[in-house]
Write a protein that binds this ligand. Structure first.
Ligand code: NAD
Length: 335
């Protein structure tokens, strides 16, 4: 069976890591018909729009996309296209498994945790306005519907995949109404899953606990902003952003992308670590029902790390993006 997938190269290191990933996905033997359409600055040049209609139509049609990172300007410019895409397709669940790779030195020990982040609301609603000069209001939106469905996603995943615990992370001590509503919704869902342990932790304490004893955590369930921040902290625990994949999942579609951004500091140098996007593509293959290919790709990547000959610079090696990719392709021939 051939799968139709929208391919969004993104910018910065995006095109480099997406190109590498496309090669390894094709080497699994799964037939993919890629429809490549960009978003962002490149799309603006080509189509006159940051999010061109052809791209939106393509995602609607195929319901699966693999995406490179897209740069967002700081404190000015257009709203984040990444956030817009997630909201447009109601991709409410952001799923980010954080697990260390063999041979990557990790002072925090073995880590295997999952961040489940609400992906459509919170302070990412983008509702900001100037009340009077010198005073800006930014609205944090938390709804019963979004909080309940992200909690259902986390608990259902835990049960299906034999995970032991869900920990809801909050700051309801201060945001008693908004984070309070989030917690109340999660508690109701938790009561329907007596087989999964449930606990709650305040976000600042969670940060400290994560660097002191990360092994205590299994699935972290968070609102949008806390989830964004904790994901990067989690990436730091295992060696960096080059390693953490992600999936944005909704009822009508899914967009797979790494946690990392466009990394302008290393863009165009051919040294970006493509692992995170490759692992995102393994999640995509599993989503497409290609379980064996997803498993083989993950295993090939792990073998490259075990072998230790093609480690990229972000993790202390000297391999280029291409050398790492060649390593994965070679392993795919054997696994
Ligand atoms: P970043 O993730 O791009 O980079 C942070 C650091 O990690 C940099 O030092 C970078 O070199 C390193 N890094 C990231 N990915 C790497 C990889 N694959 N291999 C090796 N090193 C890697 O974060 P930033 O610098 O804060 O953001 C840059 C831009 O990306 C911003 O415009 C931001 O808005 C955007 N961004 C986009 C997404 C997305 O498209 N989903 C996500 C996060 C950030």
């Amino acid at each position: 069976m051939t799968h139709n997938v929208t391919l969004i190269p993104g910018d910065g290191i995006g095109p480099e890591v997406i190109r590498a990933t496309r090669r390894v996905v094709e080497a699994t033997g799964v037939e993919v018909n890629w429809e490549e359409i960009n978003a962002g600055g490149e799309a603006l040049k080509q189509y006159g729009k940051l999010l061109p209609d052809v791209l939106i139509e393509s995602i609607k049609r195929h319901q699966v996309a693999l995406k490179g990172p897209i740069t967002t300007q700081v404190a000015e410019g257009f709203p984040s296209l990444n956030v817009r895409l997630r909201k447009m397709f109601d991709l409410y669940a952001n799923f980010r498994p954080i697990k260390n790779m063999p041979n990557v030195p990790c002072r925090f020990g073995d880590i295997d945790l999952i961040v489940v982040r609400e992906n459509t609301e919170d302070l990412y609603a983008g509702l900001e306005h100037e009340v009077v000069p010198g005073v800006v209001e930014s609205l944090k939106i938390i709804t019963e519907r979004a909080s309940t469905r992200i909690a259902e996603f986390a608990f259902a995943y835990a049960r299906k995949h034999g995970r032991r615990e869900v920990c809801a992370v909050h700051k309801a001590s201060i945001m008693k109404r908004s984070d309070g509503l989030f917690l109340n919704c999660v508690r109701i869902v938790a009561s329907q899953y007596p087989d999964i342990k449930y606990r709650e932790l305040i976000v600042d304490n969670t940060c400290m606990q994560l660097v002191i004893n990360p092994q205590q955590f299994d699935i972290l369930l968070l609102e949008n902003l806390y989830g964004d921040i904790i994901s990067d902290l989690g990436a730091g625990l295992i060696g960096g952003l080059g390693l953490v994949p992600g999936a944005n999942i909704g009822v009508q579609g899914a967009i797979f992308e790494a946690v990392h951004g466009s990394a302008p500091d290393i863009a165009g140098k051919g040294i970006a670590n493509p692992t995170a996007v490759m692992l995102s593509s393994a999640l995509m293959l599993e989503h497409l029902g290609e379980l064996d290919a997803g498993r083989r790709l993950r295993s090939a990547i792990e073998h490259v790390y075990s072998e230790g000959k093609h480690i990229t610079r972000d993790l202390g090696g000297a391999a280029t993006t291409q050398e790492f990719t060649e390593g994965v392709l070679k392993q795919l021939e054997t696994v």
